[in-house]
Design a protein around this ligand. Sequence first.
Ligand code: MCN
Length: 789
Amino acid sequence: AVSVPPPPEPGGVLGRPLRRREDRRLLMGQGRFLDDIAAPPGCLHAVFVRSPHPHARIGGIDSDAARGVAGVVAVLTGRELNALVAPLRMAPPIEGLLPMEMPVLPVEAARLVGDPVALVLAETRIAAEDAAELVQVAWDPLPAIASIAQAKEAAALVDPAVPGNRVSHQVFATQGLDAAFARADRVVETRFGQHRQTHVPMEPRGVLAIWDAGREHLTMRVGTQAPHPYRSAVAARLGLKEFQITVDSPEMGGGFGQKIIPLREDLCLAAASRLLNRPVRWRETRGENLTAAMMAREEIVTTRAAVSADGRLLGLTCAIEADFGAWAFFPANYMARVVAMILPGPYRVKEYGYDVQVWLTNKCPAGPMRAPMAVTSWIMEGTMDAIARELDLDPLDVRRINSIADADLPFITATGERYDALTPRATLDAAADTLGYDALRAQQAQKRETLLGIGLCTVVESTTYGSAFYRSAGIPGSGHEVATVRVEPSGAVIASCGLMGSGQGYETTLAQAAAAGLGAAFDDLVIQIGNSDIAPYGMGSRGSRGAAAGGGALYMAGQRLKAKVLAIAAAMLDLNSADGLDLREGRVLRQVEGAWADTGLTLAQVARTAHLDPLRLPPGMEPGLHTVLAFDPPAMTYTNSTHACAVEIEPATGALRILRYVVAEDSGTRINPLVVEGQTHGATAMGLSGAMMEHAAYGEDGQALAGSFMDYALARAADLPDFTLSHHDTPNPRTPAGIKGMAEGGTMGGIGALMNAVNDALAQTGAHLESQPATPARIWAALQAAKDK
Ligand code: MCN
């Protein structure tokens, strides 16, 4: 086990609900996003020519007319660009996973609507757009695969290198699984259809690539959650050394997982800038973002639960089929595996088995999206509801008798995951109480004009992902994070790490973690992140690792530097040792008769000595005041929460209204309670929006149907309820200060609580909604189908 510091004493800056520093500029319109950066002199504008077909051979590309447009400088196709950029390759050595390659621009065939096939570069955006329309592609349409069912049955292949269109297949079963099913009084089978969604960042993607021929150096201004892995990927694909590239992320305008690694357009722009020796800029349109950037979530899942007559879960299996779209550039088995691995969530499931298959289709590639394992909570909690319905038990009781209790901790799951500090019973009870569960059930039994439904969903969120996780998943990579803390001669503190925020409030929360570790005053410390040349090499922001991995590393780095500050302070105070000294809010305190007294010495004075008067330092001590520390968290830090809601459905129209919404959560030690609440609100809104209306829909022919906000519906404030939150902080003994990650759980809980509430309401009529989204039209259709039965 890693040795980590416990939570600090209450009252310090860690745990304070400070308002976010960044909000002042964001709310005043002073945030600087990618599109706010002025184009450098000589900058060219890029527009991609994309496939209108889901699958079509490229007979040839004639760009003569496009080149004739005034201001057009170049039209590049895969033939030119693939020679300059190595393809994105997905080939981790994992059993059951086929390697796949994605060229930056396909030459043989386009595999999805929106596949980029040519890049037009012109002096103005308008010229580039006009010219793109004149590029003639000789399309030869091929049969398209638009669904998992078609992927299985059709003779056509999405990728000639993937026979049968199945890119990954993994199975797992505990030894006693069959015996558990043989012993069961009942086997309850439930099907779930999780639909395709996309990330919808407020600012779509984009890049400003600037090649400096004199220095042989590339600057990439790009919104990225992970500047260093991004830079390494660009360097590797372009054959450059990392020091030849600076990745500098402006304000990001939302990422939600879409802005981690360089995608094809980014690489094309980098190569074009170098080839033409001109700055080049690309702004993704909303339509491109909605249809061709990255999607996620599409899965069909069947669970089978072996239960005793009194509702005890004896064994569970799940079969997951995921639709990963056309080019799997992200280890396809990774997300599907996390889903399967954590599916049993807060329940004691000793005997467990899964079968996970990942299919290719002629749709937008799937990649990481906030809560890639989002579907798990709905599946597990939907299964609990199905068990309750089948056995005529109360859903709350079924959850209580199966849920992991304090006495079970640390708990090792059937798949070998370790829960250290999990409180599912506490959050379940708190959420049910706050919702007024019993009173709502009583109301439900009375005669009413609308259908009342109650949804419960306890979430176990996998967060933080240490390097042990990557090893067990067989994916190259690490989960450690590196922090630097530097105190300047004036006492100003600059802290940094490899994360980059897309809206998480890092400038505030990470500053709190570093300031708390060091003992600096919050106002004297600033966080500098997002620039690969300034921050130390780190793994970036994803998988809810910011707080525990990044915040944890900064907290520990601060503590390490504090030891040096106190050693210098002792010398300056003519003391023999630093025992009994502490640094708090930038002042050196000394313990005198059990109380802390101010010595009059400040961090600024110590810093001045360290930098400018090193001969006063204790013998042998290095001048200066800085430190670098790497922290590798445990394989996973698990966090739990329970979402509970009440909904009302109008039978005549299928209209759905959320009446009440409660979240009881346990994020361990909270760095900033206000930010945690904000993240819970945002994540829950994302889950609810996805479950109620968002749909990256495709036709049966593979045509993309949701290319604008007219078709891709997003929840607005009026569609969402007020959230009532409560907190049950149980520090994790294996992370610095007991911090747990939390930023994705709301998305998981939102989906599960809403869908369970909808189906609880519909159950009174015999109707059931097997798949999302729960739009009024689909609810209405389910009600009609039940009537016709
Ligand atoms: N926090 C805290 N105390 C805790 C846990 C978290 O104060 N015990 C704070 C953290 O310091 C951080 C925030 O809450 O400021 C989220 O922390 P964490 O749960 O560690 O998650 P990450 O920082 O790793 O954020 C990533 C997560 C993911 S994976 C996506 S995707 C995501 C998200 O968070 N995308 C977002 N939140 C988003 N929020 C906005 N506004 N925009 C996005 O694109």
